[in-house]
Structure formats: structure tokens, C-alpha cells
Design a protein around this ligand. Structure first.
Ligand code: EPZ
Length: 417
């Protein structure tokens, strides 16, 4: 069993250049099969979810070369439109290949992605949107989909699903159709996909807003593109400064994308400084509680930061409440944090976490419950005086590039067990 061993109790100090965004890179990698040639993706994070996606692209016939943080994909010739269960089960975002394969091959066979630890993760909105474009989709163990010709459509999303919007874009970007999408997810990772595709010759307006218009084009051309910073990794590093009374600056980021996160830290009494491409956070003394914080679709407070903030609120001066509104089962880190004497009560039915802040928490042996829950345990272990062990390190490695190296660079003590 792999683990992280953290000796906490000292402030983290320093600057860190944030890795490329996992949730931007994954749809861009799926989109690369729409380009009958070479895609060069710079600042592509070296994490296991990306490695899994690259494996899937290889099975589809792509040639892949990684040179440090640059990945080169040659999708000149594809040799199939089927994603194997073995690979698809490892990573939920294989579902974004559905739209890309329909866009490139007009057909796709993809295992119906199962749920995961944070929720049921249905794909009904993906299928609704693709069917609006004219796709025929049979739902068995696998999704068997064909899209002989993408038709003009207006798609109104009942919920701003990031993945469903991305799939609709991928399926329609190379077509003769005009597609208007409303109530779209406004996440930066949707905007990133639109930017990437437009740089490759697409005609997509409104990326990052709630209304996106795709005017299909005949083909896309080769492209070299740099992935934007991972805003969740940036927020996680700022949480490490807050939990250890340190001072951390995250560099090569877009501060605007972090504003929901930095606003919360400012309300807690941390000193937050915004620069053109960096954010610095410093914390001295006890933090104030947050009476109620709700996770929301962008630009609200991101669900992907909820567990990490819970660890920080466990050290605040008063009582805080978090309401998780996006996923059904995203409080699992709380049960591990309680092993560190964090005072947290979860109301699963109402999806509420009641956090009574404490001056200190204690080191413990814990198990990462999922990707962001694992990051939350790291943040708490860095604050606790002494040695903590976090089992199931693989969860963290899905989305964080060299977590031990980042922590050591900031003066912390972390090694692989
Ligand atoms: C993306 O997942 C991210 N993953 C998630 O990050 C992130 O939490 C989520 O967006 C919300 O921001 C990637 O980009 C790879 P959704 P996605 O479709 O696209 C429901 C992380 O930790 N829904 O916006 O799957 C769904 O169940 C991961 O990096 C349907 O009901 O998220 C959820 O409750 C975790 N039907 C809500 O919508 C559907 O067809 C938001 O899901 C699709 C979604």
C-alpha cells in the first residue's frame, strides 16, 4: 500500500509555479483526436489521470511522446473508435472521448462510466445534448453511439454540467451545423477547450459564459498550446499556507480564476495579495470562521476545493458550516480528519458539514478517500505537530504532480512511504 509520510508543525514558506490544469488538459487531450495531425500540449501535468488518458489515445491509434511537461500527440490516423473498459474504469473523464470520437469518426463505443466515491456521476445530460445534435445512442454496458451528420440545434442544459458542455462542443466543432448552447458551465476549463479549438481553426463564441455558439468548420489544423494553471492545485497550495501559518505565493496563475477562493481566505483574516499572474497568502494568528459556505458552479466556490477548505476551517477560531451542493458524497475526508481530533459533524441528508474550529489538531494515520479528500488530509497533516501517514497515495497522484516535491520546496517535510 503506498502512502505519504508528513511531519507537520512548521510554517510553509516560498513560491511555487503551479502545474498545468488536470481538468483543462484532459478535455484538450480528448480534443486532440479531432486534429488529423500533431498537437503539442505544453504544461501538460504529469499525473496519473493524464497518463491514463494518453494510454486510451494510444489504443485509439495515436502516437504519444512526452518530453517533461510537453506532450506531443499525433492523431493523423486512428485505428478504432472503442474505449476499453480496463482503461475507462480507471478514469471517469474517458466520457469526454464520446464527443471527440463522434466528431472524428462519427461513431463511438465507450463503457458507461460507473459512479465514483464522490457521487453517482450520471451522464444523462451528455446523452441529452448529443442526441439534440442528431446522435443515436444505445445504452447498454457500453454506450454505442453514431452521429452521421451533426444538425443545427439549440441545447438548453438543465444543469451547467462541465463535461456535458465539453462533449457537445467536441461533437459539433467539425460539422456544417450551428449549435447554440444555453445555461452552459462557465468553468475556466470550458473556456480553455474553446480557446484551444479556436486556435486550431474552430469557430466557437462565448466560451466561459453561459451561452456558447459553435459554428462547425470543415477541419482543424495542427497546434501547439500551453495549458493554463490548475486553479485547484493553486488553491490547495494556498490552503497549506493558511493551515501552517505560513506564506506561500502561487505563480503563473490567473488570479481572477481564484477569486472565489481568495475571497474566503480574506474573510477568514488571511492576508491575500493579488498580482498579475500570482497570488500570495499569509496567515498569522487564529483565522475567523465562515458561518456558511456553499459550493456552487463557477464562478461560485468550487466543489473541488471543499475538502481542502474543511481542513483549514478545522483550525479556525469559531464554528463554520459548509453545504456541498454539487456532488452527493463529498464529505468523506471529514471522517479521516476526525482521527486528528478535528471537531466535524456531517449531516449526510442535508449535505452539511458543521466544523467547530480548534487551536490544534493531532497527527494520525489516515486513508485518502478520494483525490481532493486526500489533498485535504495533506493540508491538515502539515498543520499537526508530529508524524502523520496518509495511505492510498494513488488518489492524490491522480491530480497532483509531485506533491512531496512541492511540499519540500515550500519547506515542509513529506516523503513517499
Ligand atoms: C468536472 O467533472 C471536473 N472533472 C470535476 O473535478 C468537477 O468537480 C466538476 O466538473 C464540477 O466542477 C473534470 O473536469 C475531469 P459536472 P464533471 O458534469 O464534468 C451532475 C476533480 O476533483 N451531472 O459539472 O463530471 C453530476 O452528478 C473532479 O478534479 C448529471 O446529473 O462535472 C454532478 O452532481 C471531481 N448528469 C453535477 O452534475 C450529467 O450528465 C456536476 O457535474 C452530468 C453531470
Amino acid at each position: 500500500m503506498s502512502s505519504l509520510i508528513i511531519t507537520g508543525g512548521r510554517p510553509l514558506m516560498g513560491e511555487i509555479k503551479v502545474q498545468g490544469s488536470k481538468n483543462a488538459a484532459l478535455p484538450l487531450l480528448a480534443a486532440s483526436i479531432l486534429i488529423k495531425g500533431t498537437t503539442v500540449l505544453e504544461r501538460c501535468p504529469d499525473i496519473s489521470d493524464v497518463a491514463c488518458m494518453l494510454e486510451i489515445l494510444k489504443t485509439l491509434g495515436c502516437t504519444i511522446v512526452r518530453e517533461e511537461e510537453t506532450v506531443i500527440i499525433d492523431a493523423q490516423v486512428l485505428k478504432g473508435h472503442t474505449v476499453s473498459r480496463k482503461n475507462a474504469e480507471k478514469m471517469r473523464s474517458s466520457i469526454s472521448l464520446l464527443g471527440a470520437l463522434l466528431g472524428r469518426e462519427a461513431q463511438a463505443e465507450i463503457p458507461l462510466p460507473g459512479g465514483c466515491s464522490i457521487g453517482k456521476r450520471p451522464v444523462d445530460l451528455h446523452l441529452m445534448a448529443l442526441r439534440k445534435l442528431g446522435a443515436e445512442i444505445e445504452e447498454k454496458e457500453e454506450l454505442h453511439a453514431t452521429l452521421s451528420e451533426c444538425t443545427d440545434a439549440e441545447i438548453v442544459f438543465p444543469y451547467p454540467s462541465v463535461g456535458a458542455v465539453q462533449n457537445a462542443i467536441l461533437a459539433s466543432v467539425i460539422s456544417q451545423a450551428t449549435v447554440v448552447m444555453k445555461n452552459c458551465a462557465r468553468e475556466p476549463e470550458v473556456e480553455e477547450l474553446c480557446c484551444f479549438l479556436n486556435c486550431a481553426g474552430a469557430d466557437i463564441r462565448g466560451g466561459g459564459t453561459d451561452t456558447i455558439v459553435v459554428r462547425g468548420v470543415k477541419e482543424l489544423h495542427e497546434i501547439r498550446y500551453t495549458v493554463r494553471a490548475d486553479r485547484i492545485v493553486a488553491g490547495t497550495c494556498l490552503c497549506m499556507a493558511a493551515s501552517t501559518q505560513g506564506t506561500v505565493t502561487v505563480c503563473s496563475v490567473n488570479p481572477f480564476e481564484l477569486s472565489a477562493i481568495t475571497d474566503v481566505f480574506a474573510r477568514m483574516g488571511c492576508m491575500v495579495q493579488l498580482y498579475s499572474d500570482a497570488v500570495s497568502l499569509s496567515r498569522k494568528g487564529r483565522m475567523k470562521e465562515i458561518p456558511l459556505l456553499k459550493t456552487m458552479p463557477y464562478p461560485g466556490f468550487p466543489t473541488d476545493m471543499q475538502s481542502q477548505l474543511m481542513s483549514v476551517l478545522a483550525l479556525a477560531a469559531g464554528n463554520s458550516v459548509i453545504r456541498e451542493t454539487v456532488f452527493e458524497n463529498r464529505f468523506r475526508a471529514a471522517y479521516e480528519l476526525k482521527k486528528m481530533q478535528a471537531d466535524i459533524t456531517i449531516n449526510e441528508k442535508e449535505q452539511l458539514a458543521f466544523i467547530r474550529g480548534r487551536k490544534h489538531i493531532s497527527p494520525a494515520e489516515m486513508r485518502a478517500p478520494d483525490l481532493r479528500g486526500g489533498a485535504a488530509l495533506v493540508i491538515a497533516a502539515l498543520a499537526a505537530e508530529g508524524r502523520s501517514i496518509i495511505e492510498d497515495r494513488e488518489y492524490i497522484e491522480r491530480g497532483y504532480q509531485d506533491m512531496p516535491g512541492v511540499i519540500r520546496l515550500l519547506g515542509g517535510d513529506c516523503e513517499n512511504g
